[in-house]
Design a protein around this ligand. Structure first.
Ligand SMILES: *[C@@H]1O[C@H](CO)[C@@H](O)[C@H](O)[C@H]1NC(C)=O
Ligand SMILES: *[C@@H]1O[C@H](CO)[C@@H](O)[C@H](O)[C@H]1NC(C)=O
Ligand SMILES: *[C@@H]1O[C@H](CO)[C@@H](O)[C@H](O)[C@H]1NC(C)=O
Length: 489
C-alpha cells in the first residue's frame, strides 16, 4: 500500500472527528428566569450576542426564551427541572411529549440550536435528602430514548448537571477522588450511560461556597492568582481550588474506567452581595481570574486542553430561594436591569474588558418608598411591617458587610419598604405599611447601597394573551352595555 492510500483514510478520519466535535470555544452563560421582573428575552439575547456569548444553559424550556434564541446561532442547553423527573421517569409518553414540545418543535420551527438536554439540576445534592435518587436515571434513559425516537440523538446530547458533592476524596488530594460512597453505584450507572451515548458529564464547581461554609478555608486558594500555598499531590501542585476539584472528578472518572468522558463545567461564578465574601471586588477577581486561567487552553494536570464552562450567571434573579444563603440572588454578571456590575474580559472579543449592558430598558417611574420621617423608631408596628416587606420582597442586600450593611436603622426600614414597593410595581397600596411609609422622588441610595427602581414588568406570550383577552372582553362588554342602553332608551 502506497503512503498516499495509507494516509488518506487517516486524514478523512481526522476530518470526521473534527467535524463531529464542532466544539464552540469560549465561555457560556447560565440564564435563569426566577426574577420578579425579568428582562424581555429579546433584550437578553441581544446582550448575549453583543458580548459574543455562543452558548447558553437554561434551567427549563421557557418558550419565549427559546423563541428569542431561535434568531441566533447560540448553542443551547435546555433544562428539565427536578420536579419533572418523576413523571419523566415513569412515563415514556411524557418524555416523548417533553422532547417533542421543548426540543423538536424549537429546532424545526424556530431554528433553535439545541445541543444538550440537562436532565434535572443538581438532583443528588445532599440537602435534597435523596428525593431524586430513584427518578434521575430512569428519566435520563427515557429522555435519551425520546431523543432517539425523534431522530435527534446525534445532535442533542443528554447530561445531568451535578454538584461537586457527588464526589469526594478520602485523602483530601485529587488523586484520592471517587464518587460519594452512598451513591457510588448509581453514579457509575449514569456515567456509563453518558459514555455509551456520547454525552458529557456536567459538574458545578463553587469555591465561593467552600469559603462560605468553612471559615478556615484559605481565601487565596479560591482565586487564581497563585498566592495560596499549593496542594502537593504526589509531585503535582495545585494552586487553586478549581483545578484540584476538577481533577478530583477526573480521578474519580479515571479510576472507574471513564477517564475520557468529556466534562462540562455547568456553573462557575461568584456572587456580589448578601455575604461578607460576596462583593464586587471578589467577584471580579474570581471571574476574571477564571477567564484568564482557561483562556490559554492549558486545562488541569489531569485534563490538559480547553475547558468547556458556563458562567453562573448572566443576570441576577430576585425571586430565587435564599435557602442556600442571602447571596443566592446576586450571582449575575449583570444586575436585574441588565447593567454591568464590573469590568470583565470574557475573552470573546479581543478589543475590550467591558461587559456590554442591556439597552432600551424600560424603568418604572423614578420614585421610592421610605419610612415616614415623622414616625419614631420605637413605633410598635415597625418590626412586623419590616419582616412582612422582607419576606415578600428582597432584603438580601442588608446584613453584615453587604452592600447596604452600613445603613442606620431608618435606612434599613426604608430599604425594606422600598423593595416591597418596587416589587409590587410601585402600587400606592404597596407603600402604606399602616401609615409608616411615604413615597419620595429623592433617591435614598447611599454609597454602595442602591435603592433600586424596578424595571417594567415583561409579560410572556401567555400573559400577554390573557391581557389582550381581558381588554377585548372589556371592549365587548362596554359595547354590549352601550347597545343595551340604546335599546332600553
Ligand atoms: C416544556 O417545558 C416547560 C418549561 O420547562 C414545561 O412547563 C412543560 O411542561 C414542558 N412540556 C411538556 C409537554 O412536557
Ligand atoms: C431534608 O431533611 C431536613 C431534616 O430532616 C429537612 O429540614 C429538609 O426540609 C429536608 N429537605 C427536603 C428537600 O426534603
Ligand atoms: C440593619 O439591618 C441588618 C439586617 O437585618 C442588621 O444586621 C443591622 O443590625 C441593622 N442595622 C441597624 C442600625 O439597625
Amino acid at each position: 500500500m502506497g503512503w498516499l492510500s495509507m494516509y488518506i483514510p487517516l486524514w478523512l478520519g481526522l476530518m470526521v472527528v473534527m467535524s463531529k466535535w464542532k466544539w464552540v470555544s469560549g465561555i457560556g452563560a447560565n440564564c435563569g428566569t426566577q426574577a420578579t421582573h425579568p428582562l424581555p428575552p429579546d433584550t437578553v439575547v441581544t446582550m448575549l450576542n453583543a458580548n459574543k456569548i455562543q452558548k447558553v444553559k437554561l434551567f427549563d424550556a421557557d418558550y419565549a426564551t427559546l423563541r428569542a434564541l431561535g434568531k441566533t446561532n447560540i448553542e443551547v442547553m435546555v433544562g428539565i427541572p427536578n420536579d419533572m423527573l418523576s413523571i419523566l421517569a415513569t412515563s415514556m409518553k411524557a418524555a416523548e411529549k417533553w422532547v417533542s414540545k421543548n426540543v423538536s418543535t424549537h429546532m424545526t420551527n424556530n431554528n433553535v440550536n439545541i445541543r444538550y438536554v440537562a436532565v434535572g439540576n443538581e438532583p443528588f445534592l445532599e440537602t435534597y435528602n435523596g428525593s431524586f435518587l430513584s427518578t434521575t436515571f430512569p428519566a435520563l434513559q427515557n429522555v435519551q430514548s425520546a431523543l432517539i425516537k425523534a431522530g435527534l440523538s446525534n445532535q442533542v446530547k443528554v447530561t445531568v448537571p451535578l454538584n461537586a458533592d457527588v464526589y469526594e476524596s478520602s485523602t483530601g488530594l485529587p488523586s484520592g477522588g471517587d464518587f460519594r460512597s452512598n451513591i457510588h453505584d448509581l453514579m457509575l450507572t449514569i456515567v456509563k450511560f453518558l459514555s455509551d451515548n456520547g454525552a458529557p458529564f456536567t459538574v458545578n464547581i463553587y469555591p465561593f461556597i467552600s469559603l462560605y461554609t468553612d471559615p478556615n478555608f484559605p481565601v487565596e486558594y479560591a482565586f487564581f492568582d497563585g498566592n495560596a500555598s499549593p496542594l502537593n499531590d504526589g509531585g503535582t501542585y495545585y494552586y487553586n481550588m478549581f483545578d484540584a476539584n476538577l481533577d478530583t472528578l477526573s480521578w474519580a472518572l479515571q479510576k472507574n474506567g471513564f477517564g475520557n468522558l468529556p466534562i462540562i463545567i455547568g456553573e462557575i461564578g461568584w456572587p456580589t452581595d448578601g455575604d461578607k465574601n460576596a462583593n464586587l471586588d471578589y467577584a471580579q477577581r474570581f471571574n476574571q481570574g477564571f477567564m484568564t486561567h482557561i483562556s490559554g487552553g492549558k486545562g488541569t494536570p489531569m485534563r490538559p486542553g480547553p475547558i468547556d464552562a458556563y458562567i453562573f450567571s448572566w443576570i441576577d434573579e430576585d425571586a430565587k430561594s435564599i435557602q442556600p444563603g442571602n447571596f443566592e440572588r446576586h450571582w449575575g454578571l449583570f444586575y436585574y436591569d441588565g447593567s454591568a456590575k464590573y469590568q470583565l474580559n470574557l475573552g470573546t472579543t479581543n478589543s475590550n474588558s467591558y461587559l456590554i449592558p442591556a439597552n432600551n430598558v424600560h424603568y418604572q417611574e423614578r420614585k421610592w418608598c421610605v419610612m415616614k420621617p415623622s414616625v419614631h423608631l420605637d413605633d410598635s408596628g415597625i418590626a412586623s411591617a419590616v419582616s412582612y416587606a422582607c419576606a415578600n420582597a428582597d432584603c438580601t442586600a442588608l446584613g453584615y458587610q453587604t452592600s447596604c450593611g452600613s445603613l442606620d436603622s431608618r435606612g434599613n426600614i426604608s430599604y425594606a419598604f422600598n423593595s416591597f414597593f418596587q416589587k409590587n410595581n410601585q402600587m400606592d397600596t404597596a407603600c402604606k405599611f399602616e401609615g409608616l411609609a411615604t413615597q419620595t422622588k429623592t433617591d435614598p441610595s447611599l454609597g454602595t447601597c442602591k435603592f433600586p427602581v424596578m424595571i417594567q414588568a415583561y409579560y410572556s406570550g401567555g400573559q400577554r394573551l390573557l391581557g389582550y383577552l381581558t381588554k377585548q372582553l372589556a371592549l365587548v362588554s362596554a359595547a354590549g352595555l352601550i347597545i343595551f342602553l340604546l335599546e332600553i332608551l
